[in-house]
Design a protein around this ligand. Structure first.
Ligand SMILES: *Cc1c(COP(=O)(O)O)cnc(C)c1O
Length: 226
């Protein structure tokens, strides 16, 4: 029952905001996910396409599956039939493949553009000029299988709360700026995915609409036993 207790604790923090919780279940066994499901949780996040696809087969159909990790183009096919939202669009090449797989499955797949906000070299994402370049009017005709519904970002892994706050604020500013601008027909900027176990309270203050929380719900991940 610790999973339910942890979920309730996060939900209490989100009360009164329009922010939704994605329970990040990567590496967690199916029975842990079921425990969260029984507590009422319906949005789950995974970072590996095949792992998500195999869990999806075993679990209730009303779960919304969110792809939050770096996605290789050759893996899109595993999740294209059912994925609710891909948070991690970090290249035109990936967008092209998601569009192709969406059309193959007669779907429109919702996506977020992952924006690079951290000071670390290792984080994937687009910079602001790449985001603007992408959001050209042709986007709607070139990619009828995708709908871009917002932005995602990951802050630097640091204890410096001010730095994290600045990075989230920067993403929120871009989000607000895009909302005001004229956008292609298949772009609707409504979701801002930011915040993990260690920094979701800062992300909430900065205006996050989707927090992605793993450890604070399920405990430490055990990579040897997925
Ligand atoms: C693993 C992961 C999370 C969740 O991290 P926790 O620290 O366990 O909450 C959130 N976002 C992304 C992109 C992740 O890969």
């Amino acid at each position: 029952m610790v999973v339910k207790k942890n979920i309730d604790k996060v939900l209490a923090e989100l009360a009164g905001t329009s922010c939704r919780l994605i329970a990040v279940s990567k590496t967690q066994p199916v029975d842990k996910i079921r425990e969260a499901y029984q507590a009422g949780q319906r949005l789950f996040g995974e970072n590996k396409a095949q792992e998500m696809a195999s869990k999806q087969k075993e679990l209730p159909a009303d779960i919304e599956w969110h792809m939050i990790g770096h996605l290789q183009t050759n893996k899109v096919k595993y999740i294209a039939p059912f994925v609710a939202l891909i948070h991690s669009i970090d290249s035109v090449k990936l967008l092209e493949e998601v569009n192709r797989q969406a059309l193959k499955n007669n779907r429109v797949i919702k996506c977020l553009l992952q924006v690079y906000i951290a000071k670390e070299e290792t984080k994937f994402g687009l910079d602001e000029s790449e985001v603007s370049a992408l959001l050209k009017p042709e986007l709607a005709t070139n990619y009828p299988g995708i709908e871009i519904v917002g932005l995602m970002g990951m802050a630097t892994f640091t204890d410096n709360r001010n730095q994290i706050r600045q990075e989230f604020d920067r993403l929120k500013n871009l989000f607000d700026k895009l909302k005001q601008s004229s956008l292609p027909a298949n772009v609707r900027i409504t979701e801002l995915s930011m915040g993990m176990s260690s920094d979701y309270k800062i992300a909430l203050q900065a205006g996050s609409t989707l927090v992605r929380i793993g450890t604070a719900i399920f405990g430490e991940r055990n990579y040897s036993k997925p």
